[in-house]
Design a protein around this ligand. Structure first.
Ligand code: 3SL
Length: 241
């Protein structure tokens, strides 16, 4: 197995797909996806385009669907939900499909959706993703941060580092044997430095600061937990987890 970390979808190699792609948007899309599936959601279907989301979800009975839309951190008007994982309670999501579009997270997923296997990861379900990698041993693995509108996001690269760090620890292979690019080594170093204070790291991150301005401190706190959900979001068909 070779791991490759890409800080943003734009940095992934063109015209190539890996055996396994892991999309990461810690704040907050992939934290929300893990939460919904763990709370009994029927599935999560991701869209980059809001109009397409509305058109496709129309075919679903209203009591079986939820529409979640985020732009610039805020909820899209007319949608039931924004992108806060804390709103996704079992009472609300159980048995329903979440149709979701967010600024960056769903774009990252679209970029890798043709890979043989597509997973989503956040700190909250990191262990489930690592367990999958160790069991299935895919040859080429991309861990792709969503970033923010094309630029680097500290929290996504730290989560990529958390995955790589745990694979190294559990496989007992040296990092240089698993690392397919230099970004893996720097992501592990970033995670190692902050692993006991991820909430503190989020306070330094530009998107963390943006969410704090939007009074989303509780979301940051929730998303900073590690290995608390056992769910493995895995793509069933294009865009559906
Ligand atoms: O950019 C995204 O995809 C979102 O996760 C951003 S937010 O955390 O919902 O603001």
């Amino acid at each position: 197995m070779k791991l490759f970390v890409y800080h943003t979808p734009e940095l992934t190699p063109k015209d190539q797909v890996p055996d396994c792609a892991i999309a990461v948007d810690v704040l907050r899309a992939t934290s929300t996806i893990a939460t919904v599936l763990s709370a009994g959601g029927e599935a999560v279907q991701v869209f980059s385009d809001l109009d397409e989301l509305i058109a496709v979800s129309e075919a679903w009975p209203p009591q079986k669907r939820l529409r979640a839309g985020e732009r610039g951190g805020g909820k899209v008007t007319g949608f039931e939900l924004g992108n806060s994982p804390l709103d996704c309670t079992p009472e609300l999501v159980e048995g329903r499909r979440l149709f979701i579009s967010t600024t960056n997270g769903t774009r990252a997923l679209k970029r890798v959706q043709d890979s043989a296997t597509v997973l989503t990861a956040a700190f909250i379900n990191r262990a489930a993703v690592v367990q999958y990698l160790l069991e299935k041993q895919p040859e080429i693995v991309w861990i792709v941060g969503s970033g923010w509108e094309g630029s680097y996001s500290l929290e996504d690269t730290a989560c990529a580092g958390a995955i790589a760090h745990s694979v190294v620890e559990k496989s007992q292979l040296p990092p240089e044997e698993l690392a397919g690019n230099d970004e893996v080594i720097s992501a592990i170093a970033l995670y190692s430095q902050w692993q006991n204070n991820l909430l503190g790291l989020f306070h330094h991150a530009s998107h963390g600061k943006r969410l704090l301005r939007l009074e989303c401190y509780e979301d940051l706190k929730y998303c900073s937990q590690t290995d608390v959900l056992t769910v493995l979001p895995i793509q069933q068909e294009a865009g559906v987890f």
